[in-house]
Design a protein around this ligand. Structure first.
Ligand SMILES: Cc1ncc(COP(=O)(O)O)c(C=O)c1O
Length: 392
């Protein structure tokens, strides 16, 4: 007889406002329960349905669901043919997975600086300066879901004959001139990690306009095998060959169903995030010692994955964060720059704007169902912290 024990979360801090918050409505529970009842759990019809829905949503000709965003990034680097001797220009101000995925292939990540203290995305000018005869690709990162210098990077990659890869982990629902981010390059990877706008726990999606690359991505996603378990189950194949050194980066059906259910609400949730960002910007306009980053840009409809601020020089950023934590308001900082990590520090270039941003930024709570009173509390607490002895 199985003994069922309740699982408790342990001592989680009792935040009055957490950085992000995942709500799972009954329709999502039902979508997953339906899959469980069907008895088919590994990659199959729900995954195919999610992929078609994601293609329709983003306008990308080919979408392939994967086990997480990092696996997706590795897949696009591998399918783009990166390997030892190649260099890839990448911002240091990103989650380390963007950089690791390049290094997995044996290629060398080459860090370039961000565009400005309030524009924390890869600078096209800095990216161009980092190009050498060994450069094969540029990896752009849609920081916080913002397009940043996507168009200039596209032009740069074309002019210099380079592959443009997009880390679109933050960019589910982000558009530039009506075109979805992730469709400007050779291939892109999205993340569906819990804290993302399309969060399902673990999951991701790769997209590409290139049919041959899509076929290669499909092979590499599942061990380089020419057929899937699902193909054999439905009688479409009886055996398989292995034609490439692939991985197991497949998603499963419960998570695919959850992602498709959540995709239907994504635009509405991102719109609400945008309203909250507008409220933050208005409320912080007169507050001394801090300025919002990520300014609105012409033609951009960001997913508003993150809302970040930059404190004035001389303000003790960590003391401000500690005061917010004391008031039970959770904050974060995106990101500790990759070039400062021991694994990547050797020979790293000087990146003054990245260093300044990393020393002075705070990420404030933001999620679609955050209430205005929760947001007011964040602003009040931040204002009080900036007025207190935190200011040196
Ligand atoms: C910019 C960026 N790239 C890549 C990843 C990796 O995605 P995942 O956690 O789904 O592997 C993340 C998220 O964690 C991210 O924020």
């Amino acid at each position: 007889m199985l003994a069922l024990t309740a699982i408790t979360l342990g001592p989680v801090p009792d935040w009055r406002v957490s950085l992000t918050d995942v709500v799972v409505p009954e329709e999502d529970v039902e979508a997953v329960a339906d899959v469980l009842r069907s008895g088919w759990l590994s990659m199959g019809p729900r995954t195919e349905s999610l992929e078609r829905a994601f293609e329709a949503y983003t306008g990308a000709p080919h979408a392939l669901a994967v086990t997480n965003g990092t696996a997706g990034l590795h897949l696009i680097c591998a399918a783009a043919g990166l390997g030892p001797g190649d260099e890839v220009v990448v911002p240091s101000l990103t989650f380390v997975a963007s950089v690791n995925s390049i290094a997995y292939t044996g290629a060398r990540p080459v860090f370039a600086d961000i565009a400005g203290l309030h524009e924390p995305w890869l600078s096209a000018e800095a990216a161009e300066a980092a190009i050498t005869p060994r450069t094969k690709a540029i990896m752009n990162v849609a920081y916080g879901g913002h397009p940043g210098e996507t168009e200039a990077l596209r032009e740069l990659a074309d002019r210099r004959g380079l592959v443009l890869l997009e880390d679109a982990a933050h960019a589910a629902g982000s558009r530039l001139g009506g075109r979805h981010l992730g469709t400007f390059g050779t291939a892109a990877a999205f993340s569906f990690f819990s804290n993302k706008n399309l969060g399902i726990g673990e999951g991701g999606m790769v997209v590409t306009p290139d049919e041959e690359l899509a076929a290669q991505l499909r092979l590499l996603r599942s061990h380089g095998m020419t057929t899937l378990t699902w193909d054999r189950h439905r009688g479409h194949a009886s055996g398989y060959d292995v034609v490439a050194l692939g991985f197991n980066y497949r998603i499963d059906e419960p998570r695919a169903a959850l992602a498709e259910a959540r995709l239907a609400r994504l635009d509405e949730e991102n719109r609400r995030r945008g309203e909250l960002v507008g409220r933050y910007r208005a409320a912080l306009a007169g507050v001394e010692g801090v300025e919002p980053a990520l300014p609105p840009a012409e033609g951009a409809e960001p997913s508003h994955h993150l809302f970040t601020v930059v404190v004035d020089e001389g303000v003790d950023r960590d003391a401000v964060r500690a005061a917010l934590a004391e008031a039970r308001v959770q904050t974060s900082m995106h990101y500790p720059p990759a070039h400062a990590f021991s694994i990547y520090a050797d020979g790293a270039p000087s990146l003054p704007v990245t260093d300044a941003y990393a020393a002075r930024t705070i990420t404030l709570p933001l999620y679609a169902h955050m209430t205005e009173s929760q947001q007011d509390l964040v602003v009040e607490t931040l204002t009080a912290a900036l007025a207190a002895p935190a200011r040196a």
